[in-house]
Write a protein of this length. Structure first.
Length: 398
């Protein structure tokens, strides 16, 4: 059946990774792939994860299916992480959580459920956004619309444009929002701006859908949930897609969750019934291991504190690399101000490098950057930072 069908285009980011792997240059640098790297260039298994896995190995007595919604202990841990222990949302039973295969799986389950009950709605997505967002919601059958977000001239948030776009969102439409560490720009809303967006959602009657893939990578686990708390306080329906790939380093375990927050416990129970029905026809039951690792860590105070410490170390390393890049370029006399990179948050940055420079870096220096200039700061190390700064400085003079 494939003889007359053209091959699908390679994923822009995964395709770049494949090209990097095939590059024989010993000094090559991958600033495109969306995974955390330590200063040795490795994606480590966290120590707390290793300890939790030993516990599970000793305790595990069955490989039977998990419930459709996942292990209940995992759901409780996810909610405590999202809303904070003692949260009104958790205490009142307004949240319904299912264990999903990664953040992507959580987004897709949410998209399928929303399509069932909001068939005529549009999904509004920031310009720019993670490349897979549009594919996920298009595959679910939604019409897409863009809202203003990033100003390429100032390398910062264009909040007036965002507000102007959101004023056009219809009641019942869905607005996809990055809870923190916006991918790919690294530019986030401040607290006042989040309060404004929550007010607009309540007044406009639209449904916020928060992609929360980087909790703890912005300012800290508690600080990064500010957006989640504002929508909770508004007392409206909203969705949260969680991923534990980055903050627990569980990339290949595909560990995530979808949480739906409703105005009341009664509505939440209805939401959960339809969540289960949606999961049943997509993957039936979630994979167990990653979720059990997360709940083991978050249920043990000593392991939880170890995790928070390791997460702090990852976040601080990225901040250090931001500073090293900005300071390194300035020290080389680059006549462009890159200080905005220090103000961004999370692993990613819209570096301001145009596609000509991106291509030149790849062809001449074996430095791989995603088209549009998005770089992963975690790809920088103390061993390659000088080479990268030298190369960018040289490329900018071409």
């Amino acid at each position: 059946m494939w003889k007359k069908i053209e091959a699908a285009p390679a994923d822009s980011i995964l395709g770049l990774t494949e090209a990097f792997k095939n590059d024989t240059n010993p000094g090559k640098v991958n600033l495109g792939v969306g995974v955390y790297k330590d200063d040795a260039g490795n994606t480590p298994v966290l120590k707390c994860v290793k300890t939790a896995e030993k516990v599970l190995l000793e305790k595990e007595s069955t490989k039977s299916y998990l419930p459709i919604s996942g292990d209940p202990a995992y759901g409780r841990c996810v909610q405590d992480l999202l809303f904070g222990e003692g949260s009104e949302v958790v205490g009142s039973g307004r949240a319904a959580t299912v264990h999903a295969p990664g953040g992507t799986g959580a987004l897709r389950v949410g998209a399928e459920l929303l399509k069932k009950f909001t068939a005529g709605a549009k999904v509004w997505i920031s310009t720019p956004t993670w490349a897979n967002h549009k594919g996920i919601f298009s595959a679910a059958g939604f019409e897409l619309a863009d809202y203003g977000y990033y100003d390429k001239n100032t390398m910062s948030l264009d909040f007036p444009a965002m507000v102007a776009s959101l004023e056009n969102v219809g009641a019942g439409d869905i607005v996809l929002l990055h809870a923190c560490c916006h991918n790919p720009s690294g530019v986030d809303l401040n607290e006042e701006q989040w309060r404004k967006v929550a007010e607009m959602a309540k007044e406009g009657g639209w449904i916020p859908f928060l992609d929360f893939a980087y909790q703890g990578f912005g300012a800290g686990v508690d600080e990064d949930r500010y957006s989640v708390e504002q929508f909770a306080a508004a007392g409206i329906d909203y969705y949260i897609a969680s991923s534990f790939s980055k903050n627990f380093g569980l990339y290949n375990e595909r560990t995530g969750a979808l949480t739906i927050v409703s105005p009341s416990k009664e509505e939440s129970l209805v939401a959960m019934s339809h969540l289960k029905a949606t999961v049943r026809v997509i993957y039936s039951n979630p994979p167990a291991h990653g979720g059990l690792v997360v709940s083991t860590i978050l249920s043990d105070e000593q392991l939880k504190q170890q995790w928070l410490g390791e997460l702090d170390d990852m976040r601080k390393r990225i901040v250090d690399m931001r500073s090293a890049l900005v300071d390194g370029l300035a020290a080389r006399g680059v006549d462009r101000d890159f200080s905005f990179i220090k103000d961004q948050r999370g692993m990613f940055s819209f570096s301001g490098l145009n596609d000509d420079i991106v291509q030149w870096l790849k062809e001449n220096k074996a430095i791989y950057v995603v088209g549009g200039g998005r770089i992963n700061l975690a790809g920088l190390t103390t061993a390659n930072i000088d080479y990268v700064c030298d190369s960018i400085a040289e490329g900018l003079k071409k």
